[in-house]
Design a protein around this ligand. Sequence first.
Ligand code: WT7
Length: 643
Amino acid sequence: MKSFKPNKKIKDNAYVGSIEKYNEIYDYSIKNPEGFWAEQAERITWFKKWNKVWNWDFDKADISWYEGAELNACYNCVDRHVDNGYGNEIALIWEGNDSSESKKLSYNNLLTEVQLAANSLKSLGVEKGDRVCIYMQMIPELTIALLACARIGAVHSVVFGAFSPDSLESRINDSECKVLVTQDTGVRGTKNDIPMKANADKAVKNTPSIEKILVVKRTGSPVEMEPSRDVWWHEAIASADSTCEPEIMNAEDPLFILYTSGSTGKPKGVMHTTGGYMVYTSTTHHYIFDYKPGEIYWCTADIGWITGHSYIVYGPMANRAVTVMFEGVPNYPDYGRFWEIVEKHKVNIFYTAPTALRALMKEGDDWPKKYNLESLRLLGTVGEPIKEPEWMWYHSIIGNQKCPIVDTWWQTETGGIMITPLPGVTETKPGSATRPFFGVLPELVDDDGNVLEGNNVEGNLVMQRPWPSIMRTVYGDHKRFFDTYFSRFPGKYFSGDGCKRDENGYYWITGRVDDVIIVSGHNLGTAEIEGSIGGHPDVAEAAVVGYPHDIKGNSIYAFVTLRTGREITENTRTEIAKIVRADIGPHATPEKIQFTEGLPKTRSGKIMRRILRNIASDNIDDLGDISTLADPSVVESLVNNRI
Ligand code: WT7
């Protein structure tokens, strides 16, 4: 097993810097969590301090942090840096889809823009506690919109810009958003006219709660504006007041909702609150990226996902970082785009997804070698397990063997990084997220909930206690919050991931053990896709599983039975794919669709996905026990007709 010791230069300059110091801080954080989290909370400027650091009861899914404290997230990300004399420093470097377009915003600029946007939202009727849906591509106004919501105490719900109008509609309705912020059209890779406003128009046909749509002009492409409802961003800010005092928020007031897929059809509105989230994202960003003032930090994620919320916007900006935001994609205009940006902006810290690395690695070393990557000091990955080949490529070709790699495990639900190496501290092993962050107490349990003690064990990954940025509820459905995370193993938070602990106590995430599939780092629920396929008039039933894919990590395989008498035509496959694209988005489209007479079901009617997973993955020699199936003969035909 390969392993990599921290290099001396990084170690000498790191905040933690030795495994002894990590152990010491970690032990303290576990023995005295309230003391530890009270000290870390000093990173944040509070209007009023807390009465109690934490209160929790996993049996009721009841968690609060910094109860009684008051703060404002936007004030912490923007105003206080200006107040402290850093207003001229760069906050945001925006790089457009084409290299000819980029923009820099100082903290002063950001404060101006955010106040104008905040007042614009207010003038559209947004008040503290109202939900604002944000459906945009990666343009500066997206970051500004998040911060503007936080400033006035509105709860943002960002919907990833590739979601279909139907997905946007259901998310708006679930949290009853009052205002929708979008843009005319979007630019991404070879696409230069992504119909954002038109999609929004389709969605809001069935969203009674939406009163206004605020539209950023990105491309200038003509879009329809409904005069009584739609307002141009540039016009709104032109007439907005330039000062907007940050709202005083309670630590447990909601900061945002972000939808994630679950085991049942409907996506869950993961709700995060203000105080704990700000403390945890800034603390993790500080230690894990070992961020030093002035460094250029680039997380390539989209703000439509939690990674962007926590590690493009809130964590870095609370730490007064220079954060890079990129509108485009890694392969446009060519496979050198990421490295061109690293060279252009002299990026020091680079955080991306394994799927991007696999795609780039496949195109050869000449692309990165064309550019000067000397500025890079630290590399990170997130979103799915990274395998040794791409880890080694990242290490040697991108990091020139001198950059530590932090493989960070976490979830939309956790709000921030939970298991990760620390630069200059942890000896890394390719593919392992290594050790828990401070205050994080993971445990492995078997399917009956027995704790697996010691090393060299494998089981379900749970957390024994809360950390400050754990989600607080599923919006509008607290029972679902309890059922999903705290009922499977009573008294513990269940992550839904399988994991092993090796001989050194290192954690290795083995992937989801529930009905969630991670495709290119995107979290997709099988039930949601099955429901969508079931919307095709000829379909009787569908079962969806993941199978390993070279670039995407996993890809989607759908087993579909048609209604009696319906025929498979040339178009059935394309129609099904089209329905899924329309219902959910292109990232959810099944790569393979196999039509079958029957699905492998138990006598009680439960589909045995394990068998389907094996067939989809071509593991047909050992399908496992099929004796409990109602009709074992379906298996043979499934195997013979596999794609
Ligand atoms: C799931 C959460 C965390 C932000 C992006 C994804 C998988 C995440 C890793 C990693 C192995 C990982 C897990 C997790 N995952 N990071 N470093 N190694 N697996 O957030 O969409 O909520 O997905 O992503 O399966 O449960 P998400």
